[in-house]
Design a protein around this ligand. Structure first.
Ligand code: ATP
Ligand code: MG
Ligand code: MG
Ligand code: MG
Length: 486
């Protein structure tokens, strides 16, 4: 039968380690270390940024890294790569996912080897039929004066990919950037055709091979990096879906235990994979949101990021509240539901990332506490709305200040769109003009705050780098070790 998710992960790591001499480096935490340009770790390459920049202390362990392989915990919620809004709506984006990657630093190998290893792994080791795979390369960018990457096109042709399945795209698709600033470069991507030659192709992006050569400055200009590097990333969940013959990551063994657990504790109809308008009552969307979000919450809390009031913790708090809303409003989940899913996450991910096992009790209790606090806020909010509505005249609008104090930016942390829904249920209209004014004031305040923060952060960053130089500590040092059975 098809391989389990864990076996797919292991096969990737051992292919690069055992067959191609790469060193297995553990996943860094999802909390970026000493990098204020990121809210969460969003790619496998993040922890190697000092190598790309050439700022690694020659005495540090990382300085000897030439070929590396890893499976990195990534969170894409907030920042340049923000997929939060897609989660639930589509069948391939998650807020947390595992990125499988291999690296060649300082020209250890470059385009040709990177492409041929990727092709070997996909078609020979994993056995994906070649005619299901499409590739893309960088078509250049006249604005920044970057040439088309014809070298990569020719490599794919020489590997036997027919010209009809070799496409080229501009910077939006085929120039990868870590954040608004940072290492970047042209990339080549491998896509899988779900339609399998029947009708027009339905491509899902599997693997991105980046040829790191540039650094994006804050003013938008590009500098050359001191050396060239290969940086690749492939989503484990998507790869597993392909190998298990599924159209969706949610239909794999990485998610099915969670979907089953949700079904059992909510009594909602079982998950049936519908999307968009076909998903009447948004039941399947809710399944996907809850399954996705509880993984993200668990992984983040295990790595020391808990729901809170600003920055990454605030994003996490929004994720938790979104999960609570979908589970109570759509799935009719009982209180304590989200916390009860944590052991299922630990069961599916804990052997690859033991920090989940180690922190499982803490994760479950933090999730449960926050879930209960939000449910209590909702109850209080309803009472406040009732009281306020009673005092309103028949044509009065609901006061902006009260709505504000109920909302995420105010005291109770009830998202504004939910406040509006609650008012709609009461047949009252909100003073949206007044709210707009309040929001503008808040935005101004936040901009000032951010400017002040930015200055703080710059100081911090320099300090972190100096510290790194001084101690020669690789940024991976506190990451737990893998538990693979290779
Ligand atoms: P997409 O175009 O699908 O949003 P991307 O181009 O933003 O993907 P990359 O930054 O190139 O993604 O990341 C490398 C790989 O990581 C992708 O090819 C994909 O397999 C996987 N990946 C990216 N984002 C997600 C996500 N939100 N959830 C699951 N896998 C993802
Ligand atoms: Mg994306
Ligand atoms: Mg893409
Ligand atoms: Mg991509």
């Amino acid at each position: 039968g098809p391989p389990h998710g864990a076996a797919v992960r292991d096969a990737f790591l051992s292919f690069f380690r055992d067959r191609h001499g790469h060193r297995l480096v553990p996943s860094a935490t999802v909390r970026p270390r000493g990098d204020p340009s990121l809210l969460f770790v969003n790619a496998g390459m993040n922890q190697f940024k000092p190598i790309f920049l050439g700022t690694v202390d020659p005495r540090s362990e990382m300085a000897g890294f030439r070929r590396v392989v890893n499976s990195q915990k990534c969170v894409r919620a907030g920042g340049r790569h923000n997929d939060l809004e897609d989660v639930g709506r589509d069948l391939s984006h998650h807020t947390f996912f595992e990125m499988l990657g291999n690296w060649a630093f300082g020209g250890e190998y470059f385009k040709e080897e990177a492409c041929s290893m990727a092709w070997e792994l996909l078609t020979q080791v994993y056995g994906i039929p070649e005619d299901r795979l499409w590739v893309s390369y960088f078509s250049g960018d006249s604005q920044t004066g970057l040439d088309p990457d014809l070298e990569t096109r020719d490599i794919w042709l020489s590997l036997g990919v027919p010209a009809s399945r070799v496409l080229s795209f501009g910077p939006q698709e085929n120039f990868w950037e870590m954040g608004d600033t940072g290492p970047c470069g042209p990339c080549t991507e491998i896509h899988y055709d779900l339609a399998g030659g029947v009708g027009s192709p339905q491509l899902v992006e599997l693997w991105n091979l980046v040829f790191m050569q540039h650094y994006r400055e804050a003013d938008g200009s590009l500098q050359l990096l001191p050396q060239r590097h290969v940086d690749t990333g492939m989503g484990l969940e998507r790869l597993v879906a392909v190998l298990q013959g599924k159209r969706s990551t949610y239909d794999t063994d990485l998610f099915s235990p969670l979907l089953d657990a949700i079904h059992q504790s909510c009594g909602a109809p079982p998950y049936s994979g519908r999307v968009g308008a076909a998903d009447e009552g948004r039941i399947d969307t809710a399944y996907r949101v809850v399954a996705d979000h509880i993984r993200t919450l668990s992984v983040c809390i295990a790595d020391g990021v808990s729901p809170g009031m600003s920055g990454a913790p605030l994003v996490l708090r929004r994720i938790l509240r979104r999960a609570v809303r979908y589970s109570t409003e759509v799935l009719q989940a009982p209180p304590g539901f989200l916390g009860s899913l944590v052991p299922v996450v630990v069961e599916t991910l804990g052997s690859a990332y033991p920090e989940l096992e180690k922190n499982s009790v803490k994760i479950a209790s933090l999730v449960s506490e926050d879930e209960a606090a939000f449910l209590a806020s909702l109850q209080r909010g309803r009472r406040i709305i009732d009281r306020t509505v009673k005092r309103l005249g028949p044509s009065d609008l609901f006061p902006a200040e009260v709505a504000w104090s109920l909302s995420l930016s105010g005291n109770l942390g009830i998202p504004l769109d939910l406040v509006e829904l609650m008012l709609e249920e009461k047949g009252v209209k909100l003073d949206t003009a007044g709210l707009e004014q309040l929001a503008q004031k808040e935005a101004q305040h936040r901009a000032q705050q951010a400017e002040a923060d930015q200055e703080d952060r710059l100081c911090l960053d320099v300090h972190a780098l100096e510290e790194l130089h001084r101690q020669g500590i690789p940024t991976t040092d506190d990451s737990p070790k893998y538990n693979y059975t290779l």
